[in-house]
Design a binder for this molecule. Structure first.
Ligand code: ADE
Length: 238
């Protein structure tokens, strides 16, 4: 069964049981080079870099997911189903729907709402809401508390569309579905975790706000990224 079409690893054990997944593969490279010790690259198929190293003496992997549900659907499925990965923590960015959310806030998804058919098509899972792992979320909350980093929690929208013609459409999703922010991957990740009996969580930094129309610059984003990474890595090794 291994290697798989999108991950060129030939032996079990090369990928750690917990994988952090940023959308951007260059983010995965940055995390490996700046946070992990003794990081070794295990994947470069399609430029979707993956690395395994240690953090505080514990093995952790980091790999890009790409953008959108089809992409994270493929990578997280292969990691869970074929490489004995037990936990995936998505580390990404989101657009705020709730006006009280500020740029750079760090958010933990309790569940993902989506109009996507991914869960139904993949595994016959009905419904538009899928939960994050409670156990993994507990560790991330504990990590954030230990580090003194405030975490917002709530339901997020996993959307297939980044550029939407109707700039006000988000208000209905916010007000009717209770979504506080939007990203593009978690619903598929949570679906795979549920179908395969694994754990998945998603931690996000607010990079823009649909409610206030503010956006961050890339330099400013780095600081909030650091807070999110500290929570994710600490939560990964608890
Ligand atoms: N990720 C970050 N900002 C986003 C937005 N506005 N829409 C979808 N995904 C996002």
């Amino acid at each position: 069964m291994i290697p798989t079409p999108h991950i060129e690893v030939k032996e079990q054990g090369v990928i750690a049981s917990t994988v952090l997944m940023p959308g951007d593969p260059l983010r995965a490279k940055f995390i490996a080079e700046n946070y992990l010790e003794d990081a070794v690259q295990f994947n470069q198929v399609r430029g979707m870099y993956g690395y395994t190293g240690t953090w505080k003496g514990k093995r952790v992997s980091v790999m890009g997911s790409g953008m959108g549900m089809p992409s994270i659907g493929i990578y997280s499925y292969e990691l869970f189903a074929f490489y004995q990965v037990e936990n995936i923590i998505r580390v990404g960015s989101c657009g705020a729907y709730a006006p009280e959310l500020k740029l750079y806030d760090v958010l933990l998804a309790t569940e993902a709402w989506s109009e996507s058919t991914y869960a139904k098509v993949q595994g016959g899972v009905e419904g538009q809401v899928l939960p994050a792992s409670e156990a993994l979320n507990k560790k991330l909350v504990q990590a954030a508390e230990g580090l003194g980093i405030p975490l917002r929690t709530g339901r997020i929208h996993s959307s297939d569309v980044f550029y939407r013609q109707d700039h006000e459409a988000f208000k209905d999703i916010r007000d009717k579905e209770g979504c506080i922010a939007v990203e593009m991957e978690s619903f598929a990740l949570f679906a795979n975790a549920r179908i395969l009996g694994k754990k998945a969580s998603c931690i996000l930094t607010v990079s823009d706000s649909l409610a206030t129309r503010e956006a961050t610059t890339s330099g400013e984003r780095q600081r909030s990224f650091t807070k999110m990474m500290d929570v994710a890595l600490q939560g990964a090794v608890l």
